[in-house]
Design a protein. Sequence first.
Length: 94
Amino acid sequence: MIRIHIRRKVTEDKAEDLKVLINQLRGVTMGTPGYIAGETLKRVDQPGESLVVTKWQSEFYWNQWLQSEERAEIQSKIDRLLGSETMYEVYEYD
């Protein structure tokens, strides 16, 4: 199993738009083979910062999702909204 960490920072005026896009992305992700679970955490000491953590059966399934057109379409909207490309951190269980 692997976990993906996705860190984002959003200004207050764009926070609601980001939430809508993340919920769209989550809705699509839930039906994806290999997807196990996900959660979104808001950073307590830094307003506007969040961490999305998803759990996948394997890196193979994550890479399939990462390359999917459906994901890329929503993700490009997120990147445009935030003004930067989203970075992913991939962790495996030790």
